[in-house]
Design a protein around this ligand. Structure first.
Ligand code: ADP
Length: 412
């Protein structure tokens, strides 16, 4: 796929198992306004056949509007959409959803309440003119595939939320569409079910060969599913890139914050070596990756990814052996996370959350936080200032309420 901006790594798209050719999708300068609100502010996007694109962004960033425009539910004010080369939407043309060979899965399942499970799934085949025997075989095959082989006679109200979403998934894939659109399909489900269904969605979609566009505001879900992540804010596509690129080379501080931060430090660039540099933060030197044009003396905001932080187990020095900065601080909170413990560490004016260690360091203890330069990214402060409102919400997160009471009692 290609993009307007930041993408630099081409991820291989897996070969489909069933061999359906997914749509190639081209969106050019898509604009959509609702009164004074600009929901899409000129989005350019290309998605290759079989690619799984996740659109990630906060509520109101334009994700649903973009997907609804692709589906043909929403008309664009300007711009063009092509599916497999065919112009389906521009200022004068609007091809109806049923002629775009796509299917959509919604957050609220959107099943017909008066139809059985088989009826709901079969509804998607009504335009295919299959003979009844072949249609039924295909419906039962897909229901079997989503684990609902014995529920065909039930009505939606006789199913759990997870089962209803599986019916919606079966209905989406049964007609072998070339494009699958998912609008926050897991938001209404419990955490464990969300994870299982996420895997099933990924597997079924990739088996089908369809191109997929999946909306979420949850970065974990985005990273778990995507070949490519598109980050939207205020109707603008800020970055379109492979997950590794979005994490390592976020296009803006906003993208960095929305895809995971442990905290932020403000300092001055003292030395630059190509894409890496040294930033003085108080009396500490921190090695960072510099994104965007910087010169020595610039004031920068260093976004520290959770992957950058760990607690030194046997003391630290002002600069670690591998060129890592070491920040001396005090643990203000600790939470059990299964694979170890996440700490909140205060170091002077800075607060770092999600600081990982294999053992719990009690509240009040002095620790050295090792910062891996690979995951500390510096942006010129003039950019970062635009996002100061979000900063408070992101950095001053104290996850006390996320510690189960019985665990909190056991952690000294
Ligand atoms: P997201 O899916 O990222 O939450 P949306 O695409 O739903 O965002 O909305 C983008 C912006 O457009 C928001 O400001 C939203 O309030 C506005 N919007 C979306 N749909 C409508 C509508 N039908 N009428 C008026 N405003 C709308």
């Amino acid at each position: 796929m290609t993009t307007t901006g930041q993408r630099s790594v081409q991820r291989p798209v897996p070969a489909p198992v069933q061999g359906i050719a997914g749509h190639r999708l081209e969106v050019t300068q898509a604009v959509k306004r609702f009164g004074a609100t600009t929901a899409l502010a000129g989005v350019d996007l290309t998605v290759e056949p079989g690619e799984f694109l996740v659109l990630l962004g906060p509520s109101g960033s334009g994700k649903s509007t973009l997907v609804r425009a692709l589906a043909g539910i929403e008309r664009l004010d300007a711009g063009r959409v092509r599916l497999s080369g065919q112009l389906v939407a521009d200022a004068n043309r609007h091809l109806a959803p049923e002629h775009r060979n796509l299917a959509m899965v919604f957050q609220d399942y959107a099943l017909w309440p008066h139809l059985t499970v088989e009826g709901n799934v079969g509804y998607a085949l009504r335009r295919r003119r299959l003979d009844p025997g072949a249609a039924r075989a295909r419906i039962l095959g897909v229901l079997e595939r989503v684990g609902l082989g014995r529920h065909g006679e039930r009505y939606p109200h006789e199913l759990s939320g997870g089962e209803q979403q599986r019916v919606a998934l079966a209905r989406a894939v049964v007609a072998e569409p070339q494009l699958l659109l998912f609008d926050e399909p897991l938001s209404n489900l419990d955490a464990d079910l969300r994870e299982r269904l996420r895997v099933e969605i990924a597997t079924l979609t990739r088996e089908s060969g369809a191109t997929a566009i999946y909306i979420t505001h949850d970065q974990t879900e985005a990273f778990a599913l995507a070949d490519t992540i598109g980050v939207l804010d205020h109707g603008e596509l800020l970055q379109l890139a492979a997950p590794e690129d979005v994490y390592r080379r976020p296009a803006t501080p906003f993208v960095a914050r929305f895809t995971g931060v442990a905290g932020e430090l403000v300092g001055t660039v003292v030395r630059l070596f190509g894409e890496t540099g040294e930033v003085r933060v108080g009396d500490l030197l921190v090695r960072v990756r510099c994104l965007g044009p910087l010169v020595e003396g610039d004031v920068v905001r260093v976004v520290v990814r959770p992957a950058a932080t760990s607690i030194a187990e046997s003391g630290g020095t002002a600069t670690g052996a591998a060129g890592c900065g070491v920040l001396a601080g005090t643990v203000t909170d600790v939470a059990y996370r299964g694979r170890g413990y996440d700490h909140v560490v205060a170091a002077g004016p800075w607060v770092l959350t999600s600081v990982h260690a294999s053992r719990a360091h009690p509240r009040g203890s002095a620790v050295d936080v090792v910062l891996d330069p690979e995951h500390c990214v510096a942006f010129a402060d003039r950019d970062a200032k635009r996002y100061d409102d979000n900063l408070t919400a992101v950095t001053i997160t104290v996850p006390r309420d996320r510690v189960a009471p019985e665990l909190a009692r056991r952690i000294p």
